[in-house]
Write a protein that binds this ligand. Structure first.
Ligand code: UT7
Length: 330
């Protein structure tokens, strides 16, 4: 009988660009202000890529740090996954650029497009490859440069997004009490138009007209996304806890997708999670989509909120529509 395996998180890393954009910076060219953005979203500033920086460059930096944290060389990896909706190019996959940057060849590398749920989707795919025995060491990256796709004339959406990357090394372990204990993935494509970039794909190719109409930027129905996110976040937390038989006391930390501090508070309060058990760093980075959970994992560990043995519940939701949750024992 094959040995049962779990995918253990053995290394974490994150990278953000040096450029910072504060709420006051937006107020210089948009009809908005720090008070509105802070109250409605919890965001104070976000990191923004500059010339020469891209999704692959941030991914590579985060991956190098995660490898060093795990005590591994890039050549020991069996698979590279990048979750992103702001890829280096339409093709090839951003994961292939990362592979080349890390100086390895031969191993598979591919992207996963599940928007803000992307990291949990990729974590699940990586974990399943490990549990099946096909691979032993998987690099899972969530990375975005959404500033490049944000319409800086649309105050209802552009103030939300920031750039960054987070990476996790998954390694096979026979200790079944460790690693990814549970995960769940969902989608409802009927809600595709809640958040999308209309042009640049096969439905509407790039033209002078699509550029003039600003169709290469994010279009978002903010209120609809808000309601969807509150609902799904609460549902996912309940599902993850039920599946692993966890009470609020058993959970060391909830690491939610950093969507909006009001959404996070509303959902976690309904389930009686005290604020100290819910990690929030949206004030510093805004919504970094697929990068937000692994970036939050890195900072939560730095702050001592995640330790070896900690039980972490991740919940995410975003364009697609997609939603996903995972329970990980560190
Ligand atoms: O990962 C998923 C990505 N998407 C999201 O995270 C979006 C989730 N949704 C949200 O976070 C919130 O819906 C927003 C922060 C986008 C908007 O907050 P809201 O409380 O839902 O505001 P609203 O859209 O209902 O707009 C209220 C008012 C409107 O003015 P009127 O019509 O009441 O006069 C907006 O025009 O606020 C106005 N408004 C702004 N005012 C100042 C919208 N954006 C801004 C702004 N500054 N940046």
């Amino acid at each position: 009988m094959p040995t049962a395996l779990r995918a253990c998180v053995t290394g974490l890393g994150m990278a953000v660009p040096a450029g910072v954009m504060t709420n006051d910076d937006f107020a210089k060219f948009l009809d908005t202000n720090d008070e509105w953005i802070t109250q409605r979203t919890g965001i104070k500033k976000r990191r923004i890529v500059g010339e020469g920086e891209s999704t692959a460059s941030l991914s590579t930096e985060a991956a190098r740090l995660a490898l060093a944290d795990a005590g591994l060389e890039a050549g020991q990896l069996d698979l590279i996954l990048v979750a992103t909706i702001s890829p280096e190019m339409i093709f090839p996959a951003t994961a292939c650029f990362v592979q080349a940057n890390l100086g390895v060849t031969g191993i598979p590398a591919f992207d996963i497009s599940a928007a803000c749920s992307g990291f949990v989707y990729a974590l699940t795919v990586g974990a399943k490859f490990i549990e099946s025995g096909m691979y032993r060491r998987v690099m899972v990256i969530g990375a975005e440069t959404l500033s490049r796709f944000s319409d800086y004339t649309d105050r209802g959406s552009c103030i939300l997004f920031g750039d960054g990357a987070g990476a996790a090394v998954l390694e096979a372990t026979e200790d079944l009490s460790k690693g990814v204990q549970y995960s769940c993935l969902f989608a409802d494509g009927a809600g595709w138009d809640f958040i999308h970039v209309p042009a640049g794909g096969s439905r509407q190719i790039a033209s002078a007209e699509t550029v003039a109409q600003r169709l290469h930027y994010i279009k978002m129905k903010g209120r609809d996304v808000y309601k969807f996110a509150v609902d799904k976040m609460q549902w996912l937390l309940e599902d993850c806890m039920k599946a692993c038989n966890l009470s609020v006391d058993d959970v060391d930390l909830v690491v939610p997708h950093q969507v909006n501090s009001r959404i996070i508070e509303s959902a976690t309060q309904k389930l009686s999670f005290p604020p100290e058990k819910v990690y929030v760093n949206i004030d510093k980075y805004g919504n970094t989509s697929a990068a937000s959970i692994p970036m939050a994992m890195v900072e939560a560990r730095q702050e001592g909120k995640i330790k070896p043995g900690s039980t972490v519940v991740m919940v995410a939701f975003g364009a697609g529509l997609t939603w996903a949750g995972a329970v990980v024992r560190m």
